[in-house]
Write a protein that binds this ligand. Sequence first.
Ligand code: PMP
Length: 437
Amino acid sequence: LNPYWMPFSHNRYYKQDAVHRVHRMLARAEGSYYWTTENHKLYDALSGLWCCGLGHRHPRLVEAVKQQLDVLDYGTAFQMGTPGVFKLAERIAEAAPAGFEHVFFCNSGSEAVDTALKMALAYHRARGEAHRTRFIGREKGYHGVGFGGISVGGMVANRKMFAAGMLPGVDHLPHTHNLKEMAFSRGEPQWGSHLADELERLVALHDASTIAAVIVEPMQGSAGVIVPPQGYLKRLRELCTKHGILLIFDEVITGFGRMGQPFAAQYFDVTPDLITFAKGVNNGLVPMGGVIATKSIYDTFMTGPDHMVEFFHGYTYSGHALAVAAAHAALDVIAEEQIYPRVNALSKTLEEAVHGLKGEANVIDIRNCQLAAAVELAPMEGKPGLRAIRVFEEALKRGVLFRFTGDIIAMGPTFVSTPEEIGHMAEVLRESIRAAG
Ligand code: PMP
């Protein structure tokens, strides 16, 4: 009996194929590589789970956490604080677009999403609009595994078992490639703006004054690097503003490096009202997430003599001293190692490398957005995910650790990868697709 409960639903694939019974455990990591317990070296093609962009065990981060441990372990943010957490909030707000001035810390992306949804409700309530309670997500959106996140998330499989606990009044903006074809056939290059107009349909259906917020990933990561169509985010912003609806960008994957900018908000030049972050903020070293709010939103829901009671929310480990120490070091490294320009340069390498797989048998789509890419494969024997896991296995033999959802292989190289490593990763993917049959 294996006493360890494999914590990810993806492991259902392990039942499908005898090959996967092989034990494979990670023992060590450094830079862009892992080593298994059998000392097999693996290039980490997804930076952990999108979170270790600066490379594993970056010496600066390790040292910062060690030093912190010598001084203060746990310092609650409850009715107290630590200088480090206030300074970190300042640095994060500075990295965000103008107008963002307040940071709420929590411990994961899922918690950040729940917090942002609560902030939206609190904001409207404080403005005397307590009837604004509906949320709108997007098909294929991923916002973690909390009840808030699976409610607004657009991956139906993730929530069907928990239907009884879903937030009421949630709709999902459509995600469809057919619309793209329709728009192109009408000669509309800004088809994204057309797609965003679906929000008007929901507004007409429910009345804008019942809608609290729209939440989207600026670039949908977990669904397999789905890039927003041209004009999509801008149009969403316009429509949210027009109808008094808050716009939340879930930047858990896109924040702190992967877009070659601090946030996708800057990369796409669209400013939301709330930004969630996690992962890259401290390179995945100690769990940390958070929400960044504009001054005007914060002032609205945090004013009044009893504001503490009105917005009752917080976590034991919010702003944990070790996570904060790692985050300061990560922000220092991002600046000193010029991570944003480096990501911009590497993104071109990644783009060329993955599009070099065009024309390979069983490759049906290739997508990329800055330092994120995905290769979508044709299903095998009618079994979703089977081809991807075969490719995954072949690549492991060849020393590359890819991650997959369904038949999509995702790639999010570390920011410290070399162009050669990215090229090699793509060639291993090519060989693995061929070997998978
Ligand atoms: N939002 C987005 C956009 C994510 O990509 C993720 C994690 N992949 C989450 C939320 C959830 O984060 P966590 O797993 O830290 O709860």
